[in-house]
Structures are given as structure tokens and as C-alpha cells.
Design a protein around this ligand. Structure first.
Ligand code: SF4
Length: 331
């Protein structure tokens, strides 16, 4: 018997995997990589330790649409956890059918997270994902009616658990009993749970009626500046961001944008996003903002230049620091 396990690499998903493996079930892990949460490299290493096949599912535009218009609302920040879990379980059901697996399992524990793990929410997720009867939560299974895998004898209910509420200590103790040597750190939620991240996401949804995965990736590529209702500027905060902006600029799914790279000094790369006719009037401002976020000792104010990339054209322009310019940061 095979099962698909939602495999985040967090402790509860490891416990779930090991509990099923101990019953002779072949586990296939399913991990979600989103613009807000992508630990797929380290999760792959964990999957290797557990000897399981891992499917990495990269979410696309439909996931961003789901975040923009969640049917079941947001949690404390811009996290649509119920819709997100439904989507994960829906994809897991698809993979279950493709892989010839008998059921899906998750590490959810009743009452552990007020956002998405209260009993009524777990029932909702199972129903809306189409997994009614075929979604096993081994850590809390004994607090719920038996599922088909238990009724059919594929899973031994006696060897499942009745945990409820929060309790990392007991999860660690169980991990030791199950022979799991490396205990992962506390799971880091996705960026969507961070209150400081929400303004960037809401700004995107406010100004872009059809946000895409590219737009979401841009949110993590540097300082976000709202220049006008139709123009946003992103300034790399470090070398990684600057390289990412260059890659995003040339991606086939990129929005209309112009890239500015400091030419005569070391400073942040900037991406101006908007229709070219609108961006055009903000190029001087973009130069000023690049200088604003550059160490003043690192450039000669009388000779600062930036290279501008528009589609396949490149030009070099002088840039100046206009001290009158206001702060456009999205907060
Ligand atoms: S924390 Fe993020 S990844 Fe997890 S369920 Fe909520 S929205 Fe989805």
C-alpha cells in the first residue's frame, strides 16, 4: 500500500511518515514550493534520510489568485491557511490517483493551530479537497471517526495517536521513540503569516487586478517602493536580490519593466514595473532612489551613471541625488 504524505520537513510530517512506514506503507512525500515558502532543497535531504520518494510541487499563478481571493478568508496576516490547505490536499488527491496510492496523510493535530487545525476546519479541508474518508491524520486519528484506510485494514488504527492541542515536547518524545534522530527546528511559517509582509502583498492586490507568480516572486527581491498607482520600483537590498532582479527581468513571464544597474559605482539594481510609457517619466526619480540607498562614500555625485535595459536596448544615463524626493517605501 502506498500513501501520499504532505511533507513539509517539519516534525509532524516526519512523525506521520515514520508511523506509516512502521506499518509497512510506502510513503511518497509531497512538498509545496511557493514564492512565500520554499525549503525544497533541505526537504529533499530529509526525504533522502527517510528513504522516500519526494514530489516537489511548484505552485503557479492559480495559487496567487487563491491568496488574492480566499474563499475562507485570512488568518492574522495575509495567510489564507484554510484555502491553502484545501489546495494542498486537492493536489495530494491528484497525485494519489496518479501514483496508485490508497490515501493521503498529513501531520495535522486537532487544535494545534487556530488558523487551520480546529476540528471543524479539518473537516472542511477534507470535504472541500475531495478527500473525505481518505485523509488520515495519524497523530490525532483516534479523536476522529475511522477513515477508509483504517476500516479497510490498510492502516492499523491501534497504532495511531490521539494528540490534541499544542505540544512540541510530546512530539519530540514520540520522535525519539520512533527512532528519529535529527529533530527539525520549530517549523517556520510562510511569509504570508508575517504581519510585516502583509502591506507588500496588499499593495500588489490593490494595484494589480490579476497578480501572477512573477509578481509574488518580485516581493522577495528587495525593497518595494510604490511610485504611482501604476508604477512600482524594486531595489535590491543585497547582491542576491540584484541578481534575482536581473533574472526576473528577462523571464518570459515578466511584466513590462525597465532595469537600471549602477554603471560607475557599486549600488543597488532597480526594477521599474509598469507600462513603458508610464515608467518613462520616473527614470530620473529611479536614479535618485538608487543613490539614496547607496553609501555616499561609494560614488562620485558629479559622475554617477546607470545602465538602463529596455527589452534588448541598453543606454547609459547620468543620475543625480535629488534630496527633495519623498520616501515611497510600502509599509
Ligand atoms: S502558513 Fe502559509 S503555507 Fe502554511 S497553510 Fe498557511 S498560507 Fe499555507
Amino acid at each position: 500500500m502506498k500513501a501520499i504524505v504532505l511533507f513539509s520537513g517539519g516534525l509532524d510530517s516526519l512523525l506521520t511518515t515514520r508511523i506509516l512506514q512502521n506499518q509497512g506503507i510506502e510513503v511518497i512525500g509531497l512538498n509545496f514550493a511557493t514564492p512565500f515558502h520554499d525549503h525544497s532543497e533541505s526537504v529533499q535531504k530529509t526525504a533522502d534520510v527517510f528513504g522516500i520518494e519526494l514530489i516537489i510541487y511548484n505552485t503557479g499563478d492559480e495559487y496567487i489568485e487563491l491568496i488574492a481571493h480566499p474563499r475562507f478568508g485570512y488568518g492574522k496576516s495575509v495567510n489564507p491557511c484554510i484555502d491553502c490547505r484545501i489546495e494542498m490536499c486537492r493536489v495530494a488527491k491528484e497525485r494519489m490517483e496518479q501514483c496508485g496510492a490508497g490515501f493521503v496523510a498529513t501531520g495535522e493535530v486537532v487544535g494545534q493551530h487556530p488558523n487551520n487545525q480546529m476540528q471543524h476546519q479539518l473537516n472542511l479541508i477534507q470535504r472541500e479537497s475531495g478527500l473525505d474518508g481518505y485523509l488520515v491524520r495519524p497523530l490525532s486519528a483516534k479523536t476522529m471517526p475511522p477513515t477508509q484506510p483504517e476500516l479497510q485494514g490498510w492502516v492499523d488504527r491501534k497504532k495511531l495517536y490521539r494528540y490534541t492541542g499544542r505540544g512540541r515536547g510530546r512530539a519530540i518524545a514520540l520522535a525519539h521513540r520512533l527512532g528519529i534522530k535529527k529533530i527539525p527546528q520549530m517549523s517556520t511559517c510562510c511569509f504570508l503569516c508575517e504581519k510585516s509582509y502583509a502591506p507588500k502583498v496588499f499593495d500588489l492586490f490593490k494595484h494589480e487586478p490579476h497578480p501572477t507568480n512573477w509578481d509574488a516572486e518580485i516581493l522577495n527581491a528587495g525593497r518595494q517602493l510604490r511610485i504611482s498607482p501604476n508604477v512600482k520600483m524594486v531595489l535590491g537590498r543585497n547582491e542576491n536580490h540584484c541578481k534575482r532582479l536581473e533574472k526576473l527581468f528577462i523571464r518570459p513571464d515578466a511584466r513590462s519593466s525597465i532595469l537600471l544597474i549602477p554603471e560607475s559605482f557599486q549600488g543597488p539594481t532597480a526594477l521599474l514595473i509598469g507600462e513603458e510609457i508610464e515608467i518613462q517619466e520616473y527614470i530620473e526619480l529611479a536614479g535618485t532612489l538608487i543613490l539614496r540607498y547607496t553609501n555616499p562614500n561609494k560614488y562620485d555625485p558629479s559622475a554617477a551613471t546607470a545602465r538602463i535595459f529596455r527589452n534588448s536596448n541598453q543606454t547609459v544615463i547620468p543620475i543625480v541625488n535629488n534630496k527633495e524626493v519623498k520616501d515611497f517605501s510600502i509599509r
